[in-house]
Design a protein. Structure first.
Length: 152
């Protein structure tokens, strides 16, 4: 499926469908349409942090448990050769006030809008057999920490 999209003018369609199906609709039964059976996600040190479709689904579920009304969108996507890269934004509301810093927790009880959070990141994906076989995921943990009220 990715080869079709990677070689036509709409290079973002596959990525947008993937993000919408999995992150926004939570249609985990569709993962075989996007992720290779040997899928793995690695960090910036090339250490495997997620292995396989089931573990990927669990990682998405655990993230979405922390954020109410979460919506992810692709802001940029580029396809080239045997892979693609995409930048994304995930927005929603912190589900549990207890994860907020003490000062922000007190404010959030009076002003719920301070629970709004926005995370941005970028994934670089390698494709095999028309499916994502490996991704490197980068996000800005300091920004997330600061939005949650945990300043230095």
């Amino acid at each position: 499926m990715i080869w079709t999209y990677a070689h036509n003018s709409d290079s973002t369609a596959f990525v947008e469908e993937f993000v919408d199906d999995i992150w926004n609709q939570q249609r985990f039964e569709r993962l075989p349409s996007y992720l290779h059976a040997d899928y793995r996600q690695v960090d910036e040190r090339a250490e495997v942090i997620v292995r396989g479709r089931d573990e990927y689904a669990r990682s998405v579920e655990s993230t979405l448990e922390l954020i109410t009304d979460a919506r992810m969108r692709v802001t940029h996507a580029v396809c080239s050769g045997s892979g693609f890269a995409y930048r994304w934004e995930l927005t929603g509301w912190i589900a549990d006030l207890e994860v907020l810093g003490p000062g922000l927790r007190m404010i959030a009880r009076q002003l719920p809008d301070v629970r709004l959070i926005s995370m941005t990141g970028m994934n670089i994906a390698r494709v095999a057999d028309g499916l994502i076989v490996e991704e490197i995921n980068e996000l800005d943990p300091q920004s997330v920490t600061e939005q949650m009220g945990w300043w230095r």
